[in-house]
Ligand binder design. Structure first.
Ligand code: GTP
Ligand code: MG
Length: 137
């Protein structure tokens, strides 16, 4: 069993999709270890997405991720990182498989409803960015 980190992004929250997305996550066998509604500051988003800071869309990404609240969560399941990325689908919803969360709920490449960690190491870093030990169960 291992863990991944997710955010339901501002578009998903604005569009009223929190419940439907959490339902799909639960139905897919993920246990919620930690969860909260929170809003990232500009500094938070720049640090969280530092790996992308040379990319042309970095400014747009930071602007988007800070424009409203997100749901941050740590999820547990066997093979959590890979299985969660399969569940959310491709970065661009136009390329996402039928039935994936991005296919169902994303608006565009930039506003793609949900984040999923890309490695066990990043899952631990990203989870610790948002949660203290006392908030993990
Ligand atoms: P995350 O789970 O959010 O990390 O997505 P990902 O791993 O599928 O994609 P990646 O880490 O490469 O990019 C991080 C985020 O940057 C994406 O989820 C998008 O929100 C955004 N992004 C990536 N490419 C583009 C782009 O070409 N234009 C815009 N506006 N945003 C992009
Ligand atoms: Mg990524």
């Amino acid at each position: 069993t291992n863990r991944t980190f997710t955010m339901l992004k501002p578009d998903a929250v604005e569009n009223g999709h929190i419940g439907a997305i959490l339902e799909k996550i639960s139905a897919s066998g993920f246990r919620i270890v930690a969860m909260k509604l929170t809003q990232m500051t500009k500094a938070d988003a720049e640090s969280f997405y530092a790996v992308h800071n040379e990319r042309p869309f970095f400014g747009e990404l930071v602007e988007f991720m800070t424009r409203g609240p997100i749901v941050a969560a740590i999820l547990e399941k066997e093979n959590a990182v890979d299985d969660f990325r399969t569940l959310i689908g491709a970065t661009n919803p136009a390329d996402a498989a039928e039935g994936t969360i991005r296919k169902m709920f994303a608006t565009s490449m930039g506003e793609n409803a949900v984040h999923g960690s890309d490695s066990d190491e990043n899952a631990a870093i990203e989870g610790a960015f948002h949660f203290s030990g006392r908030e993990m169960f």
